[in-house]
Design a protein around this ligand. Structure first.
Ligand SMILES: *Cc1c(COP(=O)(O)O)cnc(C)c1O
Length: 389
């Protein structure tokens, strides 16, 4: 049997070694504290689940959904964008629900990338942008996100020759894994760059509602001209703790939305309808869960940032997202340091290299760890640090 090159070319799963070690420790009965995965620990709010339970009983929801989603889910998405960002979209043409935004992001590559084409991809980043590009036969040109540039890509550093060849640009703010945020000025510069070179922009913004200290992130689509050249992916996953239900959205440029719709209609049959009703209710129902959850994450953030800086893992408190992006001490690669922490403290963090070459030198802590586990992790890190001297 011979597998296709796109499968052979998949990078080795960086977390294999860590996963093996975690399994080993658990088998020995050790209590592993994980700051690894960005998956909200707090359950989906009850009123949203209730809506889904009722919808599950309706026979109409037992049949194939439509790829383009229920008209009302598209309307609810457009209403939410209007209420939250003051932007208006045509629910029929500029909005499409997705089976989680990951699904749409992966398939979007098929809309723009032919074999040999180039995608502009941030580094470090959520891996789906570059893997989707590779699946479509294209190559990623990495835009390094450096601390000295506030983890924004330096658009002027992209060679003219590359920009002329690029078929799509990926951006993501508030950012995973660096937790950096972008303002409208940056998005407007990105739109100007994309307009000059006629490169569609796909902005991935699932953390726009996960923010701290009263900060409220902007939408890429608020930038002047953004809708002429781009779309924004968004998701219920992080806003409403709904990662397990698989529902996301894309909003913006009608041609781009239509292209994704055409690709998807040949691959999937849409989101289970009971889950679409859940999604509608989440967007239109009470929103107080968002502030409540952010207050919980913020407390965890403050405790962790204080400890990490105390023990020599330099980091700044994130203004948004679910992550702390911390410098590893000198003398270690990110993978070595993550392995050492796991070995010596049974605390799991994600090595930055897993998100791209520029992630080297950092580890990511996720704030989706229950409070008592955060406290236990902090105790272990502090005790461990004392022993280092
Ligand atoms: C969590 C996350 C997503 C997507 O989530 P879905 O659950 O597929 O909607 C997309 N992009 C980034 C950067 C993420 O961190």
């Amino acid at each position: 049997m011979k597998l296709a090159k796109r499968v052979e070319k998949l990078p080795p799963y960086l977390f294999v070694e860590i996963s093996r070690k975690i399994a080993e420790k658990k088998a020995k009965g050790e209590d592993v504290v994980t700051f690894g995965i960005g998956d909200p620990d707090i359950p989906t709010p009850n009123h949203i689940i209730e809506c889904m339970v009722q919808a599950a009983h309706a026979p109409a929801n037992h049949r194939y959904p439509e790829t383009e989603g229920l008209p009302d889910v598209r309307k609810a998405i457009a209403e939410w964008y209007e209420k939250r960002f003051g932007l208006t979209f045509d629910p029929a043409k500029e909005v499409l629900p997705l089976i989680g935004s990951k699904e749409g992001i992966g398939h979007m590559a098929l809309c723009f990338i032919d074999p040999g084409d180039i995608a502009l991809v941030p580094d470090p980043a959520y891996p789906v942008y570059s893997i989707g590009t590779m699946f479509a036969g294209g190559e990623s040109y990495y835009m390094p996100l450096k601390e000295e540039n506030n983890f924004l890509p330096d658009l002027d550093a992209i060679p003219d020759k590359i920009a002329r060849k690029a078929k799509v640009m990926w951006l993501n703010y508030p950012n995973n894994p660096t937790s950096a945020v972008a303002d409208l000025d940056f998005f407007e510069r990105a739109v100007a760059f994309a307009t000059k070179y006629e490169i569609p922009i796909c902005h991935d913004g699932p953390y726009s509602e996960v923010a701290y200290d009263g900060y409220s992130p902007v939408s890429f689509l608020q930038a002047k001209g953004a809708k002429d050249i781009g779309v924004e992916f968004h998701s219920w996953s992080k806003t409403y703790n709904m990662t397990g239900w698989r529902i996301g959205m894309v909003v913006g440029n009608a041609r781009m939305v239509d292209a994704l719709m055409r690709v998807k209609s040949n691959l999937d049959s849409g989101i289970p309808q009971a889950i679409q009703f859940m999604g509608i209710h989440a967007l239109r129902g009470p929103q107080d869960c968002i502030a409540q959850h952010n207050a919980i994450y913020q407390k965890r953030r403050d405790k962790l940032v204080a400890t990490l800086n105390k023990i020599g893992l330099r980091c700044t408190p994130p203004r948004a997202s679910l992550y702390i992006w911390a410098r590893v001490p000198a003398g270690y690669t990110s993978a070595q340091f993550a392995a050492k922490l796991l070995d010596e403290t049974a605390v799991v963090v994600t090595p930055g290299l897993g998100y791209g070459p520029s992630g080297e030198g950092y580890v990511r802590f996720s704030l989706t760890t229950p409070d008592d586990r955060v406290d236990l992790g902090i105790q272990r890190l502090e005790a461990w640090s004392k022993k280092q001297k």
